[in-house]
Design a protein. Structure first.
Length: 112
């Protein structure tokens, strides 16, 4: 027994709608909110759950103007750059300290 069956009236069989064969969940829900049909709780829940698989939502749309360069050519250039030799970074210049400074006690940096 389906849990919702205990909350529905068994005398409401004439109100239950049998949807045509090709009706999608989106179409059934549109008919419900327009007041054309009344679905049983099981039909309504099934339509709501099926909706995400029948009509996938669009989460992002990108519009790009690349001034005549398409994405494929930009990707090819990036791949070509990644295969090239990377220039070595210059070593940081360390300051030359006087020997008298180095003979002093060093400051210790501790966390505690």
């Amino acid at each position: 027994m389906i849990p919702d069956d205990e909350f529905t009236d068994s005398t409401d069989d004439e109100k239950n709608v049998i949807l045509p064969e090709g009706t999608t969940a989106k179409q059934a829900l549109e008919m419900v909110y327009r007041g054309l049909i009344v679905l049983s709780p099981q039909q309504f829940r099934a339509a709501v759950e099926c909706l995400q698989f029948e009509v996938p939502k669009v989460s992002a749309v990108a519009i790009s103007h690349m001034n005549g360069n398409d994405f494929a050519s930009a990707l090819d250039r990036a791949i070509a750059r990644s295969h090239g030799e990377t220039p070595a970074l210059p070593s940081p210049k360390t300051p030359q300290l006087d020997a008298s400074e180095l003979k002093k006690p060093m400051a210790r940096f501790r966390r505690y």
